[in-house]
Design a protein around this ligand. Sequence first.
Ligand code: PBG
Length: 318
Amino acid sequence: MRSSASLRRLASETRLHPAELVLPMFVREGRESVDITSMPGVVQHSIDGARRAAAEAAAAGIGGVMLFGVPDVRDAVGSGATDPRGILNVATRAIADEVGDALVVQTDLCLDEFTDHGHCGVLALDGSVDNDATLERYNEMALIQAASGSRLLGLSGMMDGQVASVRAALDGSGFQDTAVLAYSAKYASAFYGPFREAVQSTLTGDRRSYQLDPANRREGVREALLDIEQGADVVMVKPAGSYLDVLAEVAAVSDVPVWAYQVSGEYAMIEAAAAQGWIDRRRSIEESVLSIRRAGADAVLTYWAVELAAWLTEGNQK
Ligand code: PBG
């Protein structure tokens, strides 16, 4: 069954399609786009640059974009996140207007890009993250993001009860149609390293009091089930490549779509090795994303979404 290209094609169990790829995008304040050193080929876009990149993404036929804001000013409660003139909300409106329904405009719903301490929530007096006070902020973010044109809110903060809380806030304000993507099994991972540069994170310390312990598979599955119970429309496993076992297990039990996030460190490792000539760049990218799909992801967030979509389209024309 492997002896010819046509047999291999017929016997292939997993296929990639542009529609199931989501491109994470960073948008900064100011008129210039800025390179991200640890993620060659990825930039912090200006709003205009982001509009163009989103239009390109739509033309490539990918499924959506996930937007992250990089504000100039941060404070203890992440005020920029709920300011209608805050970078993420302005960018969301601009991009939603640009692409219409050609792709799904999604937003990161988390405070870490907006807080001066860099944590995903607000802090209690003792410096710990205050889970329930953070939920109030997430509810406010949800409403402003939905009003700005986001169709799918990416809850990446790992607060307990965040899905139920945001779902109720949306439903109570006329946003019943805004969907919720729960970063359910999000691990406290070293592979987010380059992302911290990408959003100029000010975090000192780590997120181990709210993100999952990389040692725990069962807990990842449990978090996904809890989020489904609370009304998540999609659950996610993150990072992807080192957590394919968790992904497969969540995919086996979930009755909602399961996505995976191929994170910044996964991107950086392949780019770095390929730049040295140590691995074949294109084949490594294709294999890494295919493997995430094979493990059970219905869609994949990847910084290669647009480039990969172009390869897939070109392959289909052959
Ligand atoms: C939190 C968030 C992070 C990433 C996506 N959303 C950072 C973190 O949890 O530390 C990481 C994504 C990546 O590494 O590509 N807003």
